[in-house]
Design a protein around this ligand. Structure first.
Ligand SMILES: C[S@@+](CC[C@H](N)C(=O)[O-])C[C@H]1O[C@@H](n2cnc3c(N)ncnc32)[C@H](O)[C@@H]1O
Length: 270
């Protein structure tokens, strides 16, 4: 799929506010960036285990979709030979500013995951957290990840998992309670989660997306969003959500549905 209008809508959405900016960024100085970084890894501790920032010292790393730049800061602190892109000037500016505040380095520019401006076989790691499902042509973006990876290089990618508690919550809110119970999850994610056209995948669909890679491991994580333990994202507020927070059966979900998390963590070797 090649839809320039949809790409423009995605860019406009994330140019309004970068991911987490409204909820967690108190200032664009060392203090503001530090407290956002701390809050990020309190809410999403699994990022640290998944990314293994410290193991990429001296390695050539590309991050696609840097957002506010917390993970980018961690790669830079670890001593990676670091490159980063984002579709929006806002995120590139935040990340440049963040790195400058800490005296850190990276080659940062605006860019599109579907058309990476890098030669074949350039990187040891391509990292992308919560990005590729926002791009209209996700298979093309993953083909680009494969292309720019060195032989034996690794990609670490988080994309959204279809069969998640967040999906159920959105379905209750935007399908059941609006008397449209047959609304598909595809439409729910595309219209009500984040940027227009956001997608979510089953594990089998994710395996198919990464079929060109030689080794692929996939697991899902129950997030603070699935458990309604945090601010629910810049689009979601209101009385219904406050009531939901009080009655949501977190213990039961953890016990009975540990695999029903929104985040699908994919590690794939070329
Ligand atoms: C949910 S945010 C995630 C940002 C960051 N990785 C994080 O975890 O906070 C999605 C980001 O992906 C970027 N993005 C969306 N489509 C993109 C594309 N085709 N190429 C590059 N970046 C893209 C957006 O501009 C936005 O900054």
């Amino acid at each position: 799929m090649n839809d320039p209008d949809q790409k423009q809508e995605v860019r406009a959405f994330w140019n309004e506010a970068s991911c987490g900016e409204v909820l967690y960024l108190s200032g664009t100085d060392r203090e503001g960036f530090s407290s956002q970084l701390q809050r990020r890894y309190e809410l999403e501790p699994y990022i640290l285990d998944f990314a293994c920032f410290d193991s990429f010292k001296g390695k050539k790393v590309l991050e696609i979709g840097v957002g506010l730049g917390a993970d980018h800061q961690k790669f830079s602190e670890a001593g990676a030979d670091l490159y980063g892109i984002d579709l929006t000037e806002r995120s590139v500016a935040h990340t440049r500013n963040r790195l400058a505040c800490f005296g850190l380095k990276s080659t940062l520019e605006m860019g599109d995951a579907e058309h990476l401006a890098f030669a074949d076989e350039s990187f040891d790691l391509v990292y992308s957290w919560g990005v590729l499902h926002h791009s209209p042509d996700t298979p093309k973006a993953i083909a680009e990840v494969w292309r720019v990876l060195k032989q034996g290089g690794v990609s670490k990618v988080m994309i959204y998992h279809k069969w998640s508690m967040v999906g159920l919550l959105l379905w209750i809110r935007y399908a059941l309670l609006t008397l449209r119970p047959f609304t598909s999850l595809k439409e729910i994610y595309a219209c009500h989660l984040e940027s227009p056209g956001t997608k979510a995948y089953s594990i089998d669909e994710a395996k198919a997306l990464f079929e060109a890679f030689s080794e692929v491991s996939i697991h899902t994580v129950l997030t603070h969003g699935d458990l309604l333990e945090s601010g629910a994202g810049q689009r979601h507020q209101g009385a219904m959500l406050s009531i939901g927070r009080k009655v949501w059966p977190r213990k039961l979900i953890r016990k009975l549905f540990p695999g029903a998390g929104l985040f699908m963590l994919i590690e794939a070797r070329k």
